[in-house]
Design a protein around this ligand. Sequence first.
Ligand code: NAD
Ligand code: UDP
Length: 311
Amino acid sequence: MEHLVSGAAGFIGSHLCERLLADGHSVLGLDNLITGSRRNLAHLANHSRFRFMEHDVTQPLELAGRFGQVWHLASLASPKEYLAHPIETLESGSTGTRNMLEIARRDEARVLVTSTSECYGDPLQHPQVETYWGNVNPVGVRSCYDESKRYAEAMTMAYHRYYGVRTNIARIFNTFGPRMALKDGRVVPAFLDQALQGQPLTIFGDGTQTRSFCYVSDMVDGLVRLASSEERLPVNLGNPVELTILEFAERIRRLMDAELPIVFEPLPQDDPQKRRPDITKAKRLLGWEPKVNLEDGLRETVEYFRALAPA
Ligand code: NAD
Ligand code: UDP
């Protein structure tokens, strides 16, 4: 039966479509192209088992056919984008999630919903384990994203508990790779774009905040494994190798140009100070852990950005 992928023209969604096709499935991709791009799916356009529909998941959708698996990735995902589109972000996490869950209920399909490490907010527990309830500012500027995903998780659990839908929730931590939008403001494309143009790397705050970066092929593998598990509660997926943003900038300089200057800019409001996934649960339940190291992943990503023709 066909797989339905929302957010298919986005960064992770396009890689997921590719993986599902390689595994022999048929795929219908949905995307309203608010941040995604047809270019991310151009290489699949003539694939016999792939079709694409431009569609906003917050709107009702009558789809002919029956789906075996729904993957809900549609959302604004980068801080720059969700701060610019707070209402759309809340709507894709709430109404959009409900619409995708409804399709799964109608078709007796499985459904995987992508949530985020932002559910932990600016965490007081470190590393973050799934049982931690988080420290989210419910009315801060990032709340449009954090709360939309927390609502999405709650709605997903309700569909499982009330209707018996076979659901999974992935709490995705910072993921990077080819097909990220160069200008989406997230730190990996931002630094690579700056480095490719020989411009200073912009560190927000003093650079002591930490993140860890998971390469996209590892993330897609984690999602695929999670979708065939019977675990209904959220599972963290991410790379546990943690570094400060200052250390990350140093890695970029080593890889691209040791002379690149660094400039410091104000830290955005509610920017989490520390973030690292505890992936014990994913290891135990899915036999999953990331394989691609940061330098190898960055090299692939740089190659992609270098080859990118202007949009
Ligand atoms: P992305 O912006 O590249 O992709 C998201 C896609 O969703 C885009 O193509 C966008 O056009 C589409 N979209 C947004 N609203 C929509 C709507 N209403 N209807 C239809 N399509 C819509 O981002 P990504 O990094 O690929 O993220 C994919 C998912 O993973 C998102 O749900 C995001 O919240 C989650 N996530 C990603 C990361 C990460 O580091 N990449 C971290 C945590 C969670
Ligand atoms: N960041 C930065 N410079 C940039 C973009 C981001 O220092 O040009 C920082 C940002 O403040 C955050 C971290 O890098 O602390 C990761 O930011 P990103 O937007 O990639 O994702 P987040 O983890 O905040 O969702």
